[in-house]
Design a protein around this ligand. Structure first.
Ligand code: GRF
Length: 200
């Protein structure tokens, strides 16, 4: 099976997935890394791992649909079976979501449906939450809304700052994302509406 990872920034989750594949924990190929940002460090990580990259700036596209059409073209060319969003800072058009229905995953640094959006870690701290965590979910056409694949909890200590909480959350993300991908690749995720059963 072929995986595409879509990124915009640092790519520490991409790195965790690259490592899991090279350690034989995920039996699939990362066939393509796509970025909307040509200075994303994630692209350096991809190149170091000899993974094909494709960069497409949204500048000059009239609509999200037009931009996504180009991305879908690349995904089809590479016969992608699973699209993994790893810090990709764009919402997907409903056409994209429909084309890869139940084949697009995202990771969110909070326990959805709490603290949706781009500041999940900061929002949890400011809300005074005692626990937060990580969610891996399938992507539908609403923000941070699709069926939950796996979730796990991180405690928020009184002395936690955004940085220290982020560090704890990233550590957990780097274990959880490869695991969720493994479950998908091995056909262990059974989707029943919003509910996902994990087969043994
Ligand atoms: C992660 O915290 C992820 O939960 C969020 O974006 C961040 C990406 O980090 N969606 P990285 O680029 O993988 O280091």
């Amino acid at each position: 099976m072929n995986i595409a990872v879509l990124v915009s920034g640092n790519g520490s989750n991409l790195q965790a997935i690259i490592d899991a594949v090279s350690q034989g924990k995920i039996h699939a190929k990362i066939a393509l890394v796509i970025s909307d940002n040509d200075s994303a460090y994630a692209l350096t990580r991809a190149k170091k791992a000899n993974i094909e990259t494709f960069v497409l700036s949204p500048n000059g596209f009239k609509s999200r649909e037009d931009y996504d059409k180009e991305i879908i073209k690349e995904l089809k060319k590479t016969n992608i079976d699973l699209v993994v969003l790893a810090g990709f800072m764009r919402l997907l058009s409903s056409n994209f979501v429909k084309t890869y229905e139940n084949k697009i995953m995202n990771i969110h640094p909070a326990l959805l449906p709490s603290f949706k959006g781009t500041h999940g870690i900061k929002d949890a701290i400011e809300h005074g939450a005692k626990v937060t965590g990580v969610t891996v979910h399938f992507v539908d056409d609403k923000l941070d809304n699709g069926p939950v694949i796996i979730q796990d909890v991180v405690k928020v200590d009184e002395k936690d700052t955004i940085d220290s909480l982020e560090e704890k959350i990233h550590k957990l993300e780097h274990k959880m994302y490869p695991e969720a991908i493994r479950l998908f690749i091995e056909g262990k995720l059974k989707i029943e509406g919003r509910k996902i059963k994990i087969l043994k």
